[in-house]
Design a protein around this ligand. Sequence first.
Ligand code: SF4
Length: 254
Amino acid sequence: MILYDSPIFGPVKSRRLGVSLGINLLPKDGKWCSFDCIYCECGLNSESHATASLPTKEQVVERLIEKLREMKAEGVCPDVLTFAGNGEPTLHPDFTDIVKAVREVRDEWCPSAKISILSNSTRVHIPQVREALLLFDNPIMKLDTVSASYISDIDRPVGQYDVKRTIEGLKAMKGKCIIQTMFMKSTDGRADDLSEEYVGPYLQQLKEIAPRSVMIYTIDRATPVKTLEKASHEELDAIAARIRELGLECSVSY
Ligand code: SF4
């Protein structure tokens, strides 16, 4: 299980994002998420024993400037400031104000850096949250499949969730979102979104969402459910080719 420091962690060199300085709006000692994915590197929600409070906007700004000052002294500038960490960043009650404050810090301290977010899309249907997501250079939004039952088994939403509502929210981002999709299988048949039953309807919805690009990936580290397996290079390449046939850019992380 991996937990990230809060409110700032890294910098880390990411496969997809370059030198990324992380911003974690969740508690540093536990996970807080509106999904409970069986592949989550932060562990299952039931294993979380978070006691720390959420960072305030002031703490985020102060620690971010401190870290950027430190990096500048070493001659390093982040390529990206990434909202991610121990759960879903949009759950923070001051999410919008924090995003605006981080943009101001970026403009002053590292204007060339992009601001990204890894969001699970569970709150994209809420207009205020969507507006805040649109303030990001790279709003990277999770959509693992469009099958409600697969999402219920694998992403395991906490509380009410409606995939159609999520898809409408992603469409309302009007081509500015980047869709991120996990493909994997398992030895016990519990997970497998590589078959046509899932890929066909997913491609159909991608076409309608018309995102700026698509990132597909597979499990990379230890997962809480031990039967999960990586999708193969060939399987991912075949799906990427079909996404590109739709006229969409697609990157693959194996
Ligand atoms: S959405 Fe991300 S943080 Fe939340 S449970 Fe899934 S993998 Fe973990």
